[in-house]
Design a protein. Structure first.
Length: 204
């Protein structure tokens, strides 16, 4: 595949992933109040929650720091993506990095804009571009999560110390399509393209 074709292929893939991510989040925000859910199957729910931290609801640092960190990380990934396209790496590897790039941008969009363009979702369905302003400020938006896969829901046996009788759920984290893109991209790189990653870093 020609270099120009690989570049355009990466751009189209990134735009399609971003479009799906943002349309999906927009639908969730404008159709469900916070912590409401839609049961798809016994092991798959659309469960609306908002994450002020990192992927899968992890919270370590302040929101502004995380947003600025995400922007810096996306800049680095974007430059790296440009460099591997320019060096004519395999399109499979370029597509894998594009998945990571698109996922990172998808969550950055939430962090930068959602606090301004949406009203809050506590006990109500959010309004897009509310007259009174959004629930936050620039760079302080919350990331929309909705994919919940409680594959196993049971109770710990009573004979187990401390945990006995408590609920056990696997898989408990709630995430979004952008998180999935990042995980898929990283998985493909680790399984199929480690040699490309190693060689590209050695060239730096």
């Amino acid at each position: 595949m020609k270099k120009s074709h690989k570049g355009w292929g990466a751009i189209v893939l990134i735009l399609l992933l971003l479009l799906f991510d943002q349309v999906f989040k927009f639908w969730i925000k404008t159709h469900l109040p916070l912590h409401d859910s839609i049961k798809i199957t016994d092991w798959f729910y659309l469960y609306f929650t908002e994450n002020p931290g990192m992927a899968f609801g992890i919270e370590i640092f302040g929101k502004l720091f995380l947003t600025v960190f995400r922007i810096a990380a996306v800049g680095i990934i974007g430059y790296y993506l440009y460099s591997i396209v320019k060096k004519r790496f395999s399109f499979g590897y370029i597509a894998s990095v594009s998945f990571v790039f698109a996922g990172a941008i998808g969550n950055i969009i939430d962090s930068i804009f959602y606090g301004v363009i949406f009203s809050h979702s506590f006990g109500q369905v959010a309004t897009f571009l509310p007259k009174g302003g959004g629930y936050g400020t620039w760079l302080h938006g919350k990331v929309v999560d909705m994919l919940y896969f409680p594959l196993i829901q049971t109770t710990w046996p009573n004979w187990i110390p401390i945990l006995g009788g408590d609920e056990f759920v696997f898989f408990r984290p709630i995430f979004n399509f952008a998180d999935s893109c990042i995980c898929v991209g990283v998985f493909l790189i680790v399984i199929f393209y480690r040699q490309y990653l190693t060689s590209s870093l050695k060239d730096k």
